[in-house]
Every structure is written in C-alpha cells, then in structure tokens.
Design a protein around this ligand. Structure first.
Ligand SMILES: [Zn+2]
Length: 706
C-alpha cells in the first residue's frame, strides 16, 4: 500500500519527516520508512495554497473591463488554477497523489488547512482515494507519532472544507464585484482607484473610522469635583464626593449651603473591610495573546502570529491559531510535571502551588478543535532559547508566565471602604491592602499594575475627624484611538458596538467578525491597501480609507452585524445544518442589491469634500515629463496626466525594497535620492545605492560617489 502525506508547507513536512525512523529528501518530497506505515510512504508539501480561484477574465473576455455593465460577475462553476510559480511543486504533488492508495491530509489542523489540502487533491483528480486526516496540536516528535498512529477518517473533516471553500467563494464574489462597483462609482467622482472592498475588511475599517470620527468630533467639557483631605487619629486619607458639577458655581453653592468651612469637623459614618479574591488570568487564545503582545511590545498582530508560528515549528509552543482558553487534563499533567523547570526559567517560586486541575483552566468539554496556547511537553534547553529572536523570546516568556499562573493561588486582598460625613456631605474612600500576592508574583515589568494600592489608616465608626476641602477641575476625555491590539479585541467582541438585540446575539454566537486565524491578515490587508496606517501604535484611517467609508456608510457594509450574520451561517455549513448553495444564493442577492442601490446611497456632497483631501493626501510631487500631479496609486506612483498619454510612473518596490515616501518625494523634486539601504541582489545579498531619474525618465540606480 502506498501512502502519501500532504503537508501545508516545507517546514511542516520536515517536522513530520524528522519524527520518522528513516527519511530521505527527494525533489519536492521525502521518502520515509517507519513501522507506523506499511509499504511505500512519502511526505510532500504545498506552499500554502497551490490552487486558487481564477480571475474574472478567465471566465469571459469582457469581464476584463472594470465597468458597471459587467456587474454582477457570478461564475456558474468556480474555476481554479495553479499559479505559475507553484506549478513545479504542484506537478510533483499531483503525481504522488495520483499514484497513492491512501492520502493523509497533514496540513494545518484548521478549516483553511482543510481547504488547502482538498483543493490540491481535487485539482489533481485524486478525490476518489482513501483519505485520512492527521489532527495534532504540537509538532513534537511524540505528538506527531501519536497523531500518525491515530489517523482520523477524512470524511469527518469534509464539512470544514465546505465551510472554508464557501468562505473563499463568497470572498471572491464580494471582492471582485463590490470592489469594481465602488472603484467605478468613485472614479466618476474624480477619485483614483482601485477601492478594494471585502466581506470582513470593510466593516473592520468602518469600525476604526467611526472611532476616529468620535475622537475628531469630541468637544471636551470641564467638570468640577470635590475632594477632602481627612485627618483622623491614626493618619490622613483622601475622600471624594460622589457627584460631579458642570460649573464651579454649582459646586460653591453646595459647599455654602452645607456651611463647609476651612478645617471642617466631621465624623466617620461607616468603615467596612471585605476580603476579595482574584484568580489568575485565563490561558492564552491567539487573539488574547496578540492584544497583550501589542500592549507590552507594540508588535502588530501579524508579527505576533509569525513569531508564535515559529515557536510552534520549533516545537516549543502548541498550535497557535486557537480561540480556546482551556486545556484538557492531558496537558495539565505534563505542565504540572514541568512546573519546577518553568519556575527556574522565570526565577520565581510559587508558594503552595495548586496541583489539582481547576475548571477555570482545565475543561475537556470546552476544548473542541484546539486547546489554549501553552508550552509543549518538552522543556526547551537554554541554547535553543538563545537562538530565538527578541520577540519570540518575549512571547515564549509571556506564555510561560500565563501558564504557570494556572498553578498559583488567588491574589487575596482586603478592600476597605470609609464613608466620612462632613456636615451632611458624604465623602468616600476606598483602599486596598494586599494579604496574599498569589499569582501576581508572576507579573513582569510589562504588566500594568493598574490600581496601585492605597493603604488606609485604621479608623473606627463614629470617630471624629477634621477635613480640608479641595475642589478640583477636570475635563472630559475622548475615547482612545484603537491600537492593533485593542482592534483585534474589538473585532472579536464586535457585538458591543451593535445596537439591535438580535444582532448582538448573532455576534455572540459567532464571536465577532473574522476568525482567530484571519484577523491579523485582515489588518495587514487594510495597511497594504493604504486604508489605514499605524503610527506610534495608534491606528488611523487614511484619507483614502475615509473616502471608502463615506461611500459605504449607508450600506450593510458598514455594519459588523452584516458580516457576523454570514459568519454564523458559515458555521452552520460546518455542523451540517447549512449548505453552500443557500449561502451563495444569499450572497448573490446581496451583491445584486448593492449594485442596484450603491449609486443612490453615496452621499455625493460629503464625497466631493473628501475628493480634494484625498487627492492632496496622495500627491507626492510633480511629474518630470508633463508637470501634472504624481500620486500614490496603491501599487505604484503614477501621473494624473495618464489620461493625456503621460506614462511616467515610479514603482513602490525596487529590488525587494519598499521605497520610503520621502525618497519618492526627493526623486521628483531633485531627480535623485540619498543612499538607501536594503536593496537585494538576486543571490539575496543586500546593497545600498542612491536612485535617480535618468535621461530616459526612468528610475535607475546611481552608484555615483558624489
Ligand atoms: Zn506626467
């Protein structure tokens, strides 16, 4: 019997091969020998997707043109192709799959992984073979071997494929049709496109835009509060009156009415102390980790995912694309055994560790596809950890701290509330006294210890005090800009910004918009389309982004509930209670409706105001040939004079290096730049050089020493 194992990418295939008794590398696959498999066995791989949906003009010649007359473009049957750079590997894979008796799908254990594998198998006409599925949570040798010994029937995962494929098809339909629709409509208004629109990216962009609008339109208002420094027998503390006033006069009037004076005598009305407990934070899901890493180290969610993926491939952490906060007793067992070495690594000792599983962390019923991100069974050696880059090291340590927290006792503190009566005005004071540090011994310097505790003097009911009154002026503050970390959380909890109760329920079911695996890449797409920028960890919508938001404001594309409803139906396809046909039919109806109504829902007046802003925001300089404006067109810088035949343009990327905007500006104003680092030769070596506009008005390297 011949078995062919299909991995998602070369590094994964290598990890599988390393877990086998013998393996030999061939061109595009490994030959392996191991008692787990009888007969000839190979491991081959994709480069992620080897097969993708074709572009519109492949269906019909006329679909090449971006015009409203062509819309909607709805293929009767979706066609797929292998892109040129992946043909060689696809041919290797296809040949192996066709010759196999049994195929083992060993791509990432998630929906997208299933789609990657099934698309390749289907395009290779190997669907009729016996198909098995490898489902593992870690790339450690023991886990990989256990996974191969316990392969699961392929058909159990077929609906994952259907769900992911439906997602892919509907993304194609929305992307191709609606991007063209808005690009054409906005071009009519004098704007350069293209304006890409997506099922998840556009509602996400609108969320950022709305927050930005709130901030920009915010008018700070002054308010007045009153504090009291209260002198008791055993010491001083500060109390606060509960009400806020909008004018100084109102506050003064109240103080006068109550006859409050300098050194006002008063009495302690109540003093209450309650013991409170706080359990350690739950284990990390991917989005939770992405938010925390962004907060502590300013890394983007995509950078974090890349680093966690590398730690997974290095067999140090478990499977990263998980939305689960729990583990099973199996993981708890080995983590407890490794506790001493984790403590040694962190330089921390947990006093009285809790070695019995607690439901907050360990609950097999809550682990469906994957468990939370935790260290793998094998404790990495110091020289292995030394090879990690700084972000990977920080993330490993963060996961370790979170995991060890599971064994630490609760943080226990006394919360004391004092109410002081000053001539009938009640002032409240809350103080906290730590009794047992518990899991908080694991907090690092990067964790914000929000409420620094105030220790209060010991006071008794009815005790006489004197107080000095201190009025204070403050100002209301606008909401904060999103960071990429808070944005990931907002996407996950998108329900909170939804008005209708029904929408909220859908969002609760679907856990917001996007999936754990895709949120980071959605933010990257928005950046790549120049819709948003991140500056000092603050997410801002660009003028181009604002234009799109204005254009779609009155449609369902501006609502998270819009995409959330779809996500919830997609889940139904996964559990078998929904079908791809129904979903695509609804999608088609939505697209047709948008095409019919988009022009009327565009608020022309505000768009026209935005046109000027966008044009000037995108302008980088003057064309050296015709003198018209050169602007940022997304993929390159082009001349507005193209309508009159000017073909001048500057690429965004030269020899592997994305040109800084300042370099493009100086090319246009001085015909040359200063030296730029980071160009790459074909052999991968980097070099530095200046750029210039040559005699033929082309951008070329200038190795001139001057
Ligand atoms: Zn020009």
């Amino acid at each position: 019997m011949k078995t062919v194992i299909l991995a998602e990418k070369p590094s994964q295939a290598k990890a599988y091969a390393e877990a086998m008794q013998k393996s030999k590398k061939q061109d595009g696959y490994f030959e392996i020998q191991d008692p787990i498999f009888h007969g000839e066995t190979m491991i081959t791989w994709g480069f992620g997707h080897l097969v993708s949906p074709v572009s519109p003009e492949i269906y019909k010649d006329e679909w090449k043109a971006w015009c409203l007359g062509n819309l909607p473009m709805i293929p009767e049957r979706f066609q797929y192709e292998v892109t040129a750079d992946k043909k060689k590997q696809f041919n290797v894979v296809a040949k192996l799959l066709k010759s196999a008796d049994q195929i083992v799908i060993g791509t990432d254990a998630d929906r997208e992984g299933e789609n990657i594998a099934r698309s390749i198998i289907s395009h290779a006409n190997a669907e009729k073979k016996t198909i098995k599925r490898l489902w593992i949570n870690s790339l450690e040798v023991a886990e990989v071997r256990k996974g191969f010994e316990n392969l699961r029937p392929g058909e159990d995962f077929y609906t994952s494929y259907l769900e992911a494929q439906t997602r892919q098809k509907s993304d194609w339909l929305v992307g191709m049709n609606i991007s063209r629709l808005y690009t054409v409509l906005l071009q009519e208004k004098g704007l350069d496109g293209p304006f890409s629109v997506g099922r998840v990216q556009t509602p996400t962009l609108y969320m950022i835009y709305q927050r930005q609008q709130e901030i920009e339109n915010f008018k700070p208002e002054p308010f007045y509060e009153v504090f009291a420094d209260i002198q008791s027998k055993n010491g001083t503390f500060q109390g606060k009156y509960k009400e806020r006033f909008s004018t100084k006069e109102e506050l003064q009037a109240l103080l006068q009415k109550k006859g409050i004076i300098q050194n006002q005598p008063g009495v302690i009305q109540t003093v209450e102390t309650k013991e409170k407990k706080q359990a350690a934070p739950v284990l990390f899901s991917l989005s939770d980790l992405q938010s925390q890493v962004n907060k502590a180290y300013k890394a983007s969610p995509a950078e974090t995912l890349e680093a966690v993926q590398a730690l997974y491939e290095a067999k140090i952490l478990t499977y990263p694309r998980t939305d689960c906060h729990h583990i099973t007793e199996g993981e708890f067992g080995y983590l407890a055994n490794n506790l001493a070495s984790y403590e040694a690594h962190l330089g921390i000792t947990i006093e009285n560790p809790l070695l019995e599983p607690r439901k907050r962390f360990v609950d097999g019923k809550k682990v469906q596809e994957h468990y939370a991100i935790v260290p793998t069974k094998r404790v990495p050696k110091n020289d292995e950890l030394a090879k990690l880059n700084p972000l990977q090291k920080n993330i490993y340590e963060m996961v370790l701290r979170r995991t060890v927290g599971m064994f630490a006792p609760d943080y226990i503190f006394d919360e004391t509330t004092i109410v002081t009566d000053l001539n009938g005005l009640l002032f409240k004071t809350v103080g906290k006294v730590e009794k047992h540090n518990g899991w908080r011994c694991l907090l690092s310097n990067h964790d914000t210890k929000e409420d620094e505790e105030t220790t209060l003097p010991i006071v008794t009911n009815g005790e006489a005090v004197t107080a000095t009154i201190k009025p204070k002026t403050g100002e209301t503050k606008p909401p904060a800009y999103f960071t990429e970390g808070t944005l990931i959380t907002a996407m996950k909890n998108a329900g909170k910004s939804v008005e209708s109760k029904e929408d909220k329920e859908i969002l609760k079911e679907t856990e917001g918009i996007g999936t754990e695996a895709t949120r980071a890449s959605i933010l990257e797409t928005l950046k790549a389309q120049s819709y948003m920028e991140v500056s000092k960890n603050k997410v801002v919508v660009t003028e181009k982004g604002k234009t799109l938001c204005l254009a779609i404001a009155k449609t369902q594309l501006s609502s998270p509930a819009f995409t959330a409803e779809w996500e919830s139906y997609l889940k139904k396809i996964h559990d078998g209670s929904g079908t791809q046909e129904v979903f695509l039919r609804n999608m088609e109806r939505f697209i047709r409706h948008l095409i019919d109504t988009a022009r009327a829902t565009i608020d022309s007046e505000s768009i026209m105001q935005q046109v000027g802003k966008t044009v000037s925001a995108n302008a980088v300089g003057q064309c050296p040939i015709c003198g018209d404006v050169i602007r940022d067109l997304g993929k390159f810088y082009g001349c507005r004079g193209f309508k009159n035949g000017c073909k001048f343009s500057i690429p965004k990327k030269i020899a592997g290096k994305t040109l800084p905007k300042t370099a493009v500006q100086s090319l246009l104003s001085k015909k040359k730049t200063a030296k730029i680092k980071g160009f790459k030769k074909k052999d991968g070596k980097t070099f530095e050089a200046a750029l210039m506009i040559d005699a033929e008005n082309k951008v070329s390297f200038s190795f001139d020493k001057k």
